[in-house]
Design a protein around this ligand. Sequence first.
Ligand SMILES: Nc1ncnc2c1ncn2[C@@H]1O[C@H](COP(=O)(O)OP(=O)(O)OP(=O)(O)O)[C@@H](O)[C@H]1O
Ligand SMILES: [Mg+2]
Length: 223
Amino acid sequence: MPELRLENVSYRYKNADRLAVNDVTCSFRGGQVYAVVGPSGSGKTTLLSLMAGLDKPSAGRVLFDGEDLATMDLDRYRREKVSMIFQAFHLFPLLTVLENVCFPMELNGVPEEDARVRARELLAAVGIEEEKHGRFPANLSGGEQQRVAIARALASGARVLLADEPTGNLDVANGQRVIEILSRLAHEEGYCVVVVTHNLAIADAADKVWRMTDGTLREVETA
Ligand SMILES: Nc1ncnc2c1ncn2[C@@H]1O[C@H](COP(=O)(O)OP(=O)(O)OP(=O)(O)O)[C@@H](O)[C@H]1O
Ligand SMILES: [Mg+2]
């Protein structure tokens, strides 16, 4: 099962006077759901970007299965090993819903017809009806776009899922559906799931909760 480890990781944005991430050491393992909570501006999104290889630590290292990201082919890492679900969904506006979900599979060389079949399954799993598969993202509600983004993140087959507020735009029922999907992927299929969230239901469902405060990360004791 995959493991992401951060060792004394710090990050400072250009021209910023303080660290957005401050000396964080922790491990995230397959088979577990981790919730990262904390106030706005505390560094949660920055932490996920470092784990996704989208930013490079100013100090410290990020290891995937023991290998330092600094020495890895990062394009490949992002294509095959991690999937990020963004706070803003980042769907491709000129691709239909179905094409958006097929896209990561096509990058990984999955034949078009197989990709379509799998994409339909994933969209069904997040509750997007068939009639919406041909629409462009702009013609969906915020919550529907978020669910398409989740289906797309699952399509790559990457075993580490990094989700930034994935239920932020969802009603309770659809939020619950997302929590169930993420928990099942972790507990039954060995995915490593890291969810930044303000949603207490996710924090409750998580195996471990970490709290970010001013760039530092501490484990919260759960009952
Ligand atoms: N591109 C940037 N340039 C400079 N500073 C930034 C940049 N992006 C974020 N920051 C700063 O880094 C700190 C951490 O930001 P980050 O986006 O990681 O917070 P967050 O915990 O995800 O907040 P939220 O809950 O509001 O999404 C904040 O002080 C923010 O202002
Ligand atoms: Mg954020």
